[in-house]
Ligand binder design. Structure first.
Ligand code: NAD
Length: 476
């Protein structure tokens, strides 16, 4: 038993959640141990010449579970990166992939640098050198381990990784599948950049589609009109906010970034697209028209709202500030933003937590689609789009002939549109998020002893991973 006030490390917190959920399964102890541990941890230091000086850079790649290959997980650039954090994030990736039926083991990478301190050329140098180190130890490859973007990295870094890999593996036909989250022009897939945020939106919307679950926390069903506060306006936070706003009708009333926290002074809320443009121009969210700045940045956590979206980093809601939360739902867009002990305080207060391993799984889901696209060497929709459109046109003209009603051009275009890559990606993502939530909810409702949605999500993931081990014959 750990003391209720002792702060746990990130990996300890993940494992505490694991243990809580494991008690609700019939998985044998040895197998649970095998699932829990990290299968391979690679820690490396390498020199990079920055200006006239050499800097020694510390980096990691952790493959949490080899029950399915390749392993998969993002690469983080942050001065806070450490071994425990990368292990925790890799473990979460295994559970996440199992939960959304993406056939990968979990992995994660981290480079301990503050990206803002380097220019583009220097970052390219560091990224390429890190990739070379991964290659030397067989920690990257389409069938081995496939990185993706995470905190502090984007499609730009993924393009450098792919190029470095392809240089060393000249002629390897599937080389482009060595990394996902690449720019579309460099073998990426449409819809990957927005995927995690879009998945967050689908997840919140699905939770709120159940009238009785919404009513249990005093809300009407549906995301429309719900107030939202976001911490972190990076890739995940910005798309979670803008898509919830534009497609779901949510109202963003507060945003927190490194420079401070702003709250809306009008009922319309904060337009996220305009705020991003403003921040790009001014270098700060502070002073955005129609908002005021809170005196203390950390007070984002206490803003009264329906949905609180931590989308920055882990350990943001802890036993120190959990009591201050005044939201009905915490939507974990980031990985590990609520510590396991804080979650217990929040659950007691009747706050629903939509767990990270489910809610931010949109990124890895679309990464899976990208990997499949790279292996098939063909864009989704290329074979069937025109055939589909011609069939729909034929059907429509038959209906027009039989009914004598002529459909207008605009409506005709809409009715005969064949699916493009982006349509298929969004459809596949939506289907994945809806089905995964319903699976979690079914377990949560069926087993009354399960305390929260996170434990239900863990039970779901653990049953799938243990099933894989048993099928492999490793644990008969
Ligand atoms: P990002 O680097 O694009 O954005 C993170 C943002 O958070 C930055 O703008 C940063 O300034 C801000 N931030 C950091 N600390 C803060 C603080 N204390 N207060 C307010 N703002 C702060 O990173 P991202 O890719 O959006 O990732 C965010 C989280 O989502 C991470 O936990 C990551 O692991 C998780 N995640 C990302 C993806 C993905 O596809 N990128 C997928 C799944 C999960």
């Amino acid at each position: 038993m750990t003391s209720p006030t002792k702060h746990l490390s990130f990996f300890e917190s993940v494992n505490r959640n694991f243990d809580k959920a494991a008690a609700h399964t019939s998985i044998p102890k040895g197998l649970l141990e095998q699932i829990k541990v990290c299968n391979a941890v690679y820690e490396v230091t390498f020199p990079v010449k920055i200006g006239n000086q050499y800097q020694v850079i510390e980096a990691f790649r952790v493959q949490h579970s080899h029950h399915r290959l390749p392993t998969k997980g993002g690469i983080r650039f942050s001065h806070l990166v450490n071994r425990d954090e990368v292990m925790a994030l890799a473990a979460l990736m295994s559970y996440k992939c199992a939960l959304v039926d993406v056939p990968f083991g979990g992995a994660k990478g981290g480079v301990k640098i503050s990206p803002r301190k380097y220019n583009e050329r220097q970052l390219e140098k560091i990224t390429r050198r890190y990739t070379t180190e991964l290659l030397r130890k067989n920690f990257i490859g389409p069938g081995l381990d496939v990185p993706a973007p995470d905190y502090g990295t984007s499609s730009r870094e993924m393009a450098w990784i792919q190029d470095t890999y392809s240089t060393f593996k000249h002629g390897e036909i599937d080389a482009s599948a060595c990394v996902t989250g690449k720019p579309v022009a460099q073998s990426g897939i449409r819809g990957r950049t927005e995927a995690t945020g879009r998945g967050v939106y689908y997840g919140i919307r699905q939770f709120l589609s159940y009238k009785e679950d919404a009513a249990a926390i005093g809300l009407e069903p549906g995301i429309g009109g719900k107030t939202m506060v976001i911490q972190g306006l990076g890739n995940v936070g910005s798309y979670s906010g803008s898509i919830s706003q534009d497609e779901g009708g949510a109202i963003v009333i507060g945003v927190s970034e490194m420079e401070g926290t702003i709250v809306s002074t009008s009922a319309k809320g904060i337009n996220i697209d305009k705020l991003i443009k403003y921040r790009n121009e001014k270098g700060s969210i502070l002073g955005f028209p129609g908002t005021k700045t809170l005196g203390v940045r950390e007070d984002w956590v206490a803003i009264e709202c329906d949905i609180l979206v931590p989308a920055a980093l882990e350990n943001q809601i802890t036993i120190s500030n959990a009591k201050r939360v005044r939201a009905k739902i915490i939507a974990e867009a980031a990985n590990g933003p609520v510590t396991s002990k804080a979650a217990e305080i929040l659950t007691k207060k009747g706050i629903v937590i939509l767990p990270d391993m489910y809610l931010n799984a949109g990124g890895v889901t679309v990464s899976y689609f990208e990997w499949l696209k790279n292996l098939s060497h063909m864009r989704f929709g290329r074979m069937e789009k025109r055939f589909q459109e011609q069939s729909l046109r034929n059907m429509l003209s038959t209906v027009e002939r039989l009914t004598g009603h002529i459909v207008g051009d605009k409506e005709k275009d809409l009715l005969t549109h064949g699916a493009d890559e982006i349509d298929l990606v969004r459809s596949g993502l939506e289907d994945t998020m809806v089905n995964a939530y319903d699976e979690i909810r079914e377990i949560f409702k069926r087993k009354k002893s399960i305390e929260d949605l996170r434990s239900a999500a863990f039970v779901c993931a653990l049953n799938k991973i243990s099933g894989d081990y048993i099928r492999l014959g490793i644990f008969p």
